[in-house]
Design a protein around this ligand. Structure first.
Ligand SMILES: CSC[C@H]1O[C@H](OP(=O)(O)O)[C@H](O)[C@@H]1O
Length: 380
């Protein structure tokens, strides 16, 4: 059951946006999501009572963004356990909901392992469900802490690379509190610069076709009173050419063992532009996004999404026409190429910022240490 109810009354949310929360009403535990497909026009909550509803919410990007997908996946396992559904079936469905963000399977596996460890220790179903929930809550806390630490490391790096303050930062897609247990990844760095009075401009790529930048990053930047400007993805080049970009800050969905970075489609062209214009290209991601078991960028599965996301635009107030329920912007029947992500090779990445610090250059011993740390985090 997915029950949607609009956010009523005065917005009591703190600066950070509670992208998801676990609740235990009398009728049974639920995972409540802020439905990101309805933003910025409406703040609607989606109540998930079982894993299949959450799987669909992940697939439709009602909840999205690598770190929060891990947290949601872990809570999804806890939800299945608490409601007496098959935990392993739920874990398989949740981990398979989207293929590229490694955090999703990491979060699912952590809760699933906690569940089975509790059973193996002689605990009953209730204790095992409690263990899965505790694992999800721990991951939620860890991600919030990681977000704050990444913001600090990332701002220190910007100040080091760009002496004189007044940073003009370009970002792509959405990497704020909507993707995190805290205030995000790359966006959290820009927010930290803003709070310290050192963010002169946040350039926000709209991020076609699902417009996470226009709909979500602009929403978060406005809520934080940041100086931001929206641009079409194809306008980014002219900004670099005009010398208006001091650094690129992006998130990641999977970082391979060789330092290749999978992120929202459009990230790779920004890396090429940044290199050509001698602008730092900085990736900000928690250690849970590093996948030591994926050797290189070619081994990363890039999610291919439905073509109608490209050939149609959705406008809730307009009667639907297209196959995807949207307004066609291309002739009906047009085929579209719609990879959700692309892969940036390590040689185009200036630095990877995690909660553990900064890896630059993205090669050698520091990268190996990051991969080793990722294995520890994934197992724990
Ligand atoms: C730092 S996690 C946010 C990351 O996830 C986005 O993808 P999606 O909106 O499809 O979940 C994008 O790649 C962001 O960088």
């Amino acid at each position: 059951m997915a029950d949607q109810h609009a956010q009523s009354g005065e917005d009591k949310r703190p600066t950070g946006i509670p992208v998801l929360r676990w609740e235990e009403p009398p009728e049974g535990p639920v995972l409540v999501l802020l439905d990101q497909t309805r933003l910025p026009a409406e703040e609607v909550e989606l109540v998930c009572t079982d894993a299949p509803v959450l799987v669909e919410a992940i697939r439709s990007l009602a909840v999205r963004g690598a770190p929060v997908l891990g947290i949601a996946g872990a809570y999804g396992v806890a939800l299945a356990a608490a409601r007496g559904f098959d935990v392993d079936d739920a874990a398989t469905a949740l981990a398979g909901a989207r293929p590229t963000a490694v955090n999703l399977s990491v979060g699912v596996r952590r809760a699933q392992a906690a569940y089975h460890t509790a059973l193996a220790a002689g605990g009953g179903a209730e204790e095992a469900a409690g263990a899965a929930l505790a694992a999800a809550r721990q991951l939620h806390r860890e991600d919030a802490e990681a977000s704050a630490r990444m913001a600090g490391h990332g701002l220190a790096l910007l100040d080091e690379l760009l002496p004189g303050g007044g940073h003009r930062v370009l970002t792509h897609c959405n990497t704020g509190a909507l993707v995190s247990g805290g205030e995000g990844t790359a966006f959290a760095v820009a927010l930290a610069a803003h709070r310290q009075g050192r963010l002169r401009r946040l350039w926000v790529d709209e991020t076609r076709p699902l417009l996470q930048g226009a709909r979500l990053t602009a929403y978060e930047a406005a809520r934080n009173d940041m100086a931001y400007t929206l641009l079409t993805d194809n306008a980014a080049g002219s900004l670099f050419a005009a010398g208006e970009v001091d650094a690129v800050l992006i998130g990641a969905d999977r970082i391979a063992a060789d330092g290749s970075v999978a992120n929202k489609v459009g990230s790779y062209p920004l890396a090429v532009l940044a290199r050509y214009h001698h602008v730092p290209f900085i990736v900000v991601a928690p250690v849970t996004t590093v996948d030591a078991d994926t050797p290189d960028g070619a081994a990363i599965e890039v999610e291919q999404r439905p073509g109608f996301e490209v050939t149609e635009v959705t406008a809730p107030q307009v009667p639907v026409a297209g196959a995807g329920g949207g307004i066609p912007v291309a002739p009906l029947g047009t085929q579209a190429y719609n990879p959700a992500f692309d892969v940036t090779p390590p040689e185009l990445v200036t630095a990877i910022v995690t909660e553990e610090g900064v890896v630059s250059p993205v090669t050698g011993e520091a990268l190996a240490e990051l991969c080793a740390r990722s294995r520890q985090v994934t197992i724990s």
